[in-house]
Design a protein around this ligand. Structure first.
Ligand code: ADP
Ligand code: NI
Length: 208
């Protein structure tokens, strides 16, 4: 299926995603989607039996159903996906699999990690989580926090959620949830960066 038709479909999908997500300010913007796609394809190359085209579609579509974008539409995921894939003449079975797998990607919505998931889901999960850590992860966390009126940090006061607290609640844990070897390797580097960031942050914080 890796033909002119396929690349045209991908271009058309990128275009629709750009129209929808460009400039989005919670860190789930168009470039997040592109980075997750690129990371997912990178991981896919290292994994035996990975279906590159399916992983590309799943990664590009992984956030279309996010509750953060759902305030203006009540369309079902099936309808949303069908709209993004309109004109693709995509096999119905592939489309159904996309609809089934998209809700499996989110970390916060899939706390029960014991469920066995297909390789494509594992790969896109790793890619999505990698984009939540490292330098990009730091930027996205504070963007998201700002959008939610969440303070940066409140020192000893732990009664309110802060973005610094989010690092301990979630971001620093993400490396241990990686499914693939490639994901784990990249996560380790990004983890080290976040540790260095937090160390510097507390050095500069000073307030006793
Ligand atoms: P998931 O993929 O697990 O569903 P979310 O959509 O909740 O993730 O979060 C994705 C991005 O938003 C990540 O970069 C994450 O750090 C950031 N984020 C989510 N919750 C918070 C929070 N409470 N404070 C700061 N950043 C957050
Ligand atoms: Ni995402």
């Amino acid at each position: 299926m890796m033909n002119a038709n396929y690349s045209n479909n991908i271009k058309s999908l990128e275009h629709k995603l750009k129209e929808r997500f460009y400039g989005e300010a919670t860190g789930h913007d168009y470039f997040h989607i592109l980075r997750v796609r690129d990371l997912a394809l990178h991981i896919c190359q290292e994994e035996k039996g990975c279906d590159k085209e399916f992983v590309e579609l799943l990664s590009l579509l992984h956030d279309v159903n996010d509750h953060k974008f759902q305030n203006e539409t009540s369309d079902s995921l099936e309808t949303i996906v069908a709209k993004f894939l309109e004109g693709f003449h995509l096999n119905k079975e592939i489309q159904n699999r996309l609809v089934a797998y998209i809700p499996k990607i989110s970390f916060s919505k899939n706390k029960d990690e014991k469920e066995d998931v297909p390789l494509a889901v594992k790969i896109v999960r790793d890619a999505d989580r990698l984009d939540a850590i490292g330098a990009i992860g730091v930027a996205r966390a504070f963007a998201y926090g700002g959008k939610k009126n969440q303070p940066i940090y409140l020192g000893d006061d732990t009664t309110l959620p802060t973005t610094i607290q989010h690092f301990y609640d979630k971001l620093l844990q993400l490396p241990s949830f990686m499914h693939t070897e490639t994901g784990r390797k990249l996560a380790k580097e990004r983890f080290n960066f976040m540790e260095a960031f937090l160390k510097q942050f507390f050095n500069e914080w000073m307030i006793r």
